[in-house]
Design a protein around this ligand. Structure first.
Ligand SMILES: O=C(O)CCC(=O)C(=O)O
Ligand SMILES: [Fe+2]
Length: 316
């Protein structure tokens, strides 16, 4: 396999049980193997994608002093702006060559969650930035819920098993700007090799190239979807919950060849998290004699906290 497999959400949404089952098997077996797919027929319209990129580019083009107004010290980088040099891959000392923004969940009437989640940060210089960002957030969340339904069926759970955990979950939409490279990067890369923390990641923008995925045989392969496709991968939380049945695959964003150093890169991952009280304990359905329980019991909230410290966004 030299590229990641492509799947069609329209199969899952069709009324034909055979097509639905085909989608379940295709995505499930891809996640047992390479851990990544590209997916067409998601819920983001071309207009929404275009509007979102415009807003994101306008935001990152603001002067650094303006952007820094939106950076929250000691917030664990969970909302607002995160400047250059802050985040590094878990086992790396070099910071990634990127700046980014975080939109978080705006929960429906649930007093506990309204209190738990930090408020989104409003950008006053751009009228539509927050509105468009949250529209995209909703469409990615909707797409992700269908993917989780397919995975629940693949694992042998009730189709709607993940729904109550994913709805109002602690998900994050992260527009990223990798600026032009202006001097020898000295070992630093756009994004160092890492696995994602969350349940699944839905990524916009990988069609421009640079994303690489580590295949089981140790080879890095390019993950370049069609322009209208999202890249969707399993994160560490789902790997843990499924006792390693579904794989959270290591990936990275490499620097372009020197001739293209002047080109910025923009990408927009949606990190789909459950509510923090979800137990990630290994599922019974994924434990047997050949696959003994691999991980200690932990909640999503505890796991997230541990990982934010490891990647440099939280102090303790
Ligand atoms: O920019 C990309 O294409 C991927 C970014 C990524 O892997 C991440 O932020 O976790
Ligand atoms: Fe990632």
């Amino acid at each position: 396999m030299n590229n990641i497999p492509s799947v069609d959400l329209a199969d899952f949404l069709s009324n034909d049980p055979k097509r639905k089952e085909k989608f379940v098997q295709e995505i499930g077996s891809a996640y047992e193997d390479i851990g990544f797919v590209s997916l067409k027929n998601h819920f983001l319209t071309d207009d929404l994608v275009e509007d979102l990129y415009r807003e994101v580019k306008d935001f990152f083009a603001l002067p650094i002093e303006t952007k820094k107004k939106y950076e929250i010290e000691d917030g664990g980088g969970q909302r607002g702006y995160i400047s250059f040099g802050k985040e590094h891959a878990k086992d790396s000392k070099k910071a990634d060559l990127k700046e980014f923004w975080h939109f978080g969940q705006e929960p429906e009437a649930d007093a506990n969650l309204i209190e738990e989640y930090p408020k989104n940060v409003k950008v006053t210089e751009l009228d539509d930035f927050n509105k468009i960002g949250m529209e995209a957030y909703r469409m990615l969340e909707k797409t992700g819920i269908y993917v989780l339904r397919a995975l629940a069926l693949y694992i042998g759970l009730n189709e709607f098993y993940f729904d109550p955990w994913a709805k109002n979950g602690n998900s994050i939409l992260r527009p990223i700007h990798y600026p032009p490279i202006t001097s020898e990067p000295d070992g630093a890369v756009r994004a160092g090799a890492h696995g994602d923390i969350n349940l699944i990641t839905l990524l916009m923008g990988a069609s421009s190239g640079g994303l690489q995925v580590l295949r089981k045989d140790g080879q890095w392969i390019d993950a370049i979807p069609q322009e209208d496709e999202l890249v969707i991968n399993v994160g560490d939380m789902l790997e843990r919950h499924t006792n390693n049945k579904l794989r959270s695959t290591i990936h990275r964003v490499v620097n372009p060849p020197r001739d293209d150093w002047d080109k910025p890169r923009y990408s927009i991952p949606f990190f789909m998290h459950p509510r923090s009280d979800m137990k990630l304990n290994c599922l019974e359905e994924c434990i047997d004699e050949d696959h003994p329980k691999h991980y200690a019991d932990i909640t999503a909230g505890e796991f997230l906290h541990q990982r934010l410290v490891e990647i440099g966004l939280l102090k303790k």
